[in-house]
Design a protein around this ligand. Sequence first.
Ligand code: BV8
Ligand code: ZN
Length: 254
Amino acid sequence: MTPNLIQQSAQIIHQANTLTILTGAGVSKESGVPTFRDALEGLWAQYDPQELATPQAFTSNPKLVWDWYEWRRKLASEVAPNAGHIALAELESIKDDVHIITQNVDDLHEQAGSQNVIHLHGNIATHKCFDNCRGIPTLIDITTLTYNKDATPPKCPYCGSNIRPNVVWFGENLPQYELNTAIEYSQNCDVMLVVGTSGMVSPASELPRIAKQHGAKIIEVNPDISTITHYADIKLEGASGEILPKVIEALHEN
Ligand code: BV8
Ligand code: ZN
């Protein structure tokens, strides 16, 4: 990928008043978090992620789905942010008015020092009552519960229903505040940096389109083609952990 594209991207970011960043599983790949389509190993390999990540799957086989999330939660708790996360956190310190919107359920952006990250699809490290018996969401700290690890999922201490991960499943609405804020940040940015997403899942996949329609420049970082690529102004083809530090370096030269 030509250094010139890095320079151009740094120039555009340097001139931006408001920068919105949308990330997907690709930004966490170099930390060792499998992308959504890769997160199917071992006994889950025969399942389609969109089948597992649904309220129907949890209702019909709570243990299978719970254990899949426990495997992913444990993995996410054992890895560290990579140079891509760190570069984005640095971008927040270099420029005012930078907003990060993520589809990821890990907290690697926060671990890298990013503030006010909008999690569109929830957070795998927190849990709630499946029936939200005490209001949406009825968050439950499972570390305070004693339950038999083999008889998973644990039960809600208030109503006895199953406890589930505090993530957004397919067919479920996104949390209202996060979605409205993400749409606002997409409508009001000069530049949107889209990092490591295939752009296959809506409404997150619509945010770059909204930004483009509102006049923003779109810079995409991805080693592969996504649904955003054809309308991106600049495509930085490669791994975010390698490319984003170079963009920061070029920004310092600006
Ligand atoms: C909703 C949390 C209203 C859980 C997730 C039919 C047609 C169109 C849409 C629909 C349809 N039927 C239903 C829908 C709507 C549906 C949807 O979009 N389905 C798709 C699959 C067709 N959306 C929903 O259901 C949403 N809710 O719409 O509510 C509603 C209600 C009722 C009925 C209808 C509508 C809820 C969606 C949220 C689901 N939860 N995650 C969990 O994590 O388990 S989605 C999950 O998958 C992730 O959060 C993320 O959003 C998505 C995965 O996408 P990516 O992050 O982009 O990851 P992916 O693996 O795809 O790609 C990785 C990319 O990284 C690749 O491009 C790769 O090249 C790149 N990469 C790899 N390495 C690197 C890299 N990039 C940079 N550096 C690297 N090193
Ligand atoms: Zn309950």
